[in-house]
Design a protein around this ligand. Structure first.
Ligand code: FAD
Length: 326
């Protein structure tokens, strides 16, 4: 019986959310085909991650080697291609993350497997992989397939698959790494963590997020006042970080943080899919945007089509009234 292998991503001894999502994609394929699902965990001391993931799949393939302690494309490629040649999975799944985007094309070329990237849905039928990908900034969904091949690689978009519930206990199987002695052309000299602003948008219950519609840096205190009154914090879309108006740890989206607050207020954010991916699982989304066709309204529970500089002060005034503040 064949297999779907899902490459695990982990940080600080914990599997990342994208791993559980990619396992859900693997499980979806398995349900229709009877293929088994295996998680592949590479690292130095990562048995805990393997134990955690054993709840979500049939097998965990655990390869520990101190040279795998940090992500290293050449070493990872060497180990994964070795394991794929040994186990001959039908599908190899990775997150469409920095790691997946770096590794998947390398492996596809080396193994001669077709690669479909950034999938929001996957299906395996008649011995072929089918996937759904978004086009034109999310305006169209395209169902694509790849030429018939021995194996396929897909990368899945964060947020596209709902992680399954921990169910059952998979077997953890240790897999010895291949020889990594060869001179790697690349050396990881260290890992630089981004500067933290001391505010954790990931654990906040209330987020007031600002986008380019905020206009200028001097307007951000308006959002901060609203956030303060609601007991929340200010987050933002990527252009605000690019302009240096807020630090990188406030960015929500595919290249920022994923947040799930009870309340997410989006002020002047258009709703590009890269942003939506980071906030769509918020419990209540309220969007304020001048443009009635802004895609943010597709995910908002309540939408206000108006100028944020009119709506935000009015909201602040109302909250102060309700709280009996001047
Ligand atoms: C690889 C990659 C990764 C990315 N990662 C991220 C990410 O993690 N997070 C992210 O956010 N983006 C990300 N982006 C960028 C993303 O594609 C969008 O460009 C970005 O989200 C747009 O930000 P915005 O909505 O603030 O700006 P815009 O798209 O310019 O939208 C501004 C909105 O404000 C509205 N507006 C203007 N003035 C007012 C006003 N006075 N009152 C009310 N509404 C007003 C406008 O109608 C408009 O809809 C990424 C892009 C790439 C290519």
């Amino acid at each position: 019986m064949g297999e779907v292998i899902v490459l695990a991503e982990h940080r600080g001894g914990e599997a990342r959310e994208i791993t559980l999502e990619a396992l859900a994609a693997g499980r979806k394929i398995a349900e229709r085909t009877g293929l088994k699902v295996a998680a592949l965990v590479l690292g130095s001391v990562v048995e805990r991650v393997a134990e955690q993931l054993s709840e979500y799949c049939d097998t965990v393939l655990l390869t520990e080697d101190e040279r795998l302690a940090q992500y290293h494309s050449e070493n990872y490629q060497r180990v994964i291609s070795h394991i794929v040649r040994e186990r001959r999975p039908r599908v190899l799944i990775m997150g469409h993350t920095s790691l997946g985007m770096d590794l998947a094309p390398r492996l596809a070329v080396e193994l001669g497997f077709p690669l479909i990237t950034d999938c929001i849905d996957v299906e395996f039928a008649d011995g072929r992989i089918y996937a759904t990908r978004q086009m034109y900034g999310g305006k169209l969904n395209a169902r694509v397939s790849a030429r018939r091949a021995e194996g396929y690689i897909v990368t899945v978009r964060a947020g596209a698959f709902r992680p399954g519930k921990a169910a059952g206990r998979g077997v953890v199987a240790r897999v010895a790494p291949p020889d990594l002695v060869g001179e790697a052309r690349m050396r990881v000299k260290g890992v630089v963590a981004p500067a933290e602003s001391g505010v954790s948008i990931e654990s906040a219950d209330v987020i007031v997020a600002v986008g380019r519609g905020i206009g200028e840096k001097i307007n951000i205190p308006l959002a901060e006042e609203l956030a303060r009154l609601l007991g929340g914090v200010v987050a933002c879309s990527r252009p605000i970080v690019d302009k240096g108006w807020l630090p990188p740890d406030r960015q929500v989206g595919s290249s920022g943080k994923t947040v799930k607050p009870k309340l997410y207020i989006a002020l002047g954010i258009s709703g590009a899919f890269q942003h939506i991916m980071g906030m769509m699982n918020s419990q209540l989304i309220i969007a304020v945007n001048k443009d009635p066709n802004a895609p943010i309204f597709n995910v908002a529970h309540y939408g206000v089509v108006d100028d944020l500089f009119k709506i935000t002060p009015a909201l602040i005034k109302k909250i102060k009234e309700v709280k009996g503040m001047k």
